[in-house]
Design a protein around this ligand. Sequence first.
Ligand code: KIV
Length: 304
Amino acid sequence: METTDRIPMTLPRLAEMKLNAEPAVMVTAYDYPSAEVAEAAGVDLVLVGDTAAMTVLGHSSTTPVSVDEMLVLAKAVRRGLRTPLLVGDLPFGSYELSNEQAIATAMRFVKEASCDVVKLERGGASVERARAVVDAGIPVMGHVGLTPQTATALGGFRTQGRTADSAVRIAAEAHALQAAGCFAIVFEAVPAAISEVLVPTLSIPVIGIGAGPATDGQVLVWHDLLGIYGGHTPKFVKRYAELRGEMIEAVGEYTREVRERAFPGPEHSYSIDPEELETFRRYLEHDARSPESSFGGDWSATEI
Ligand code: KIV
């Protein structure tokens, strides 16, 4: 469907997609050109994820990114989107302290960056935070399984739900988030077989990343999907392009051409009327440097 024909994604439409077993497509994005590409490609949801801390800001985990940094990115993404639902990711430390803190941060994402909805991580205390934000009128997406903001407490970046106990915890968290009013949940790094049995027990859409094909939708991190990120690539990532290699090749070619004076060519240069050029040449050769010139031969006095 042409992007001009598409109608903006809504929460009822997303719920209907689950009922119709239509997979929802989510990607992360962190800037205007990426948002424009996501719009043109016809994705359903765009997440301004706190993975920006790693993919865009160069940190080694997601925890350092601040609300102000996330808002700069979310505003840029908003400018490039028309139809996908825009999800703002509440960064670590911006919602855990109290319901008031969670509501205030969520409101900034909606008021300042025009996000449609927000996402927060974990069960536990986050369930109460999710309920408070939903009660304040802002839809919330949950996130269970591997929750990168608290990966250290989980023993590192590792698959969750590989034991019955761990799977029970994921199920309990997912159901608690659903009961708190979340409109959807991300399952990250969860065995495919756990998704297969757990997803049908939930009435809200589950968007998976490393959670197998049985979820109601999929999300991939922009830089992973396009092969832009040079760091570690988790097993669940499929790279649909190798742009990093192409980018290095392109910038390398530019570097060579500048050094060899092969760029810019005539096709990249502006022209001037030959008579004007000749007048200018004469000026340079005689007038400007002569002591009688109004500039007295002093270039620094030339008005520009
Ligand atoms: O921040 C992020 O990009 C995410 C996705 C991995 C779901 O939370």
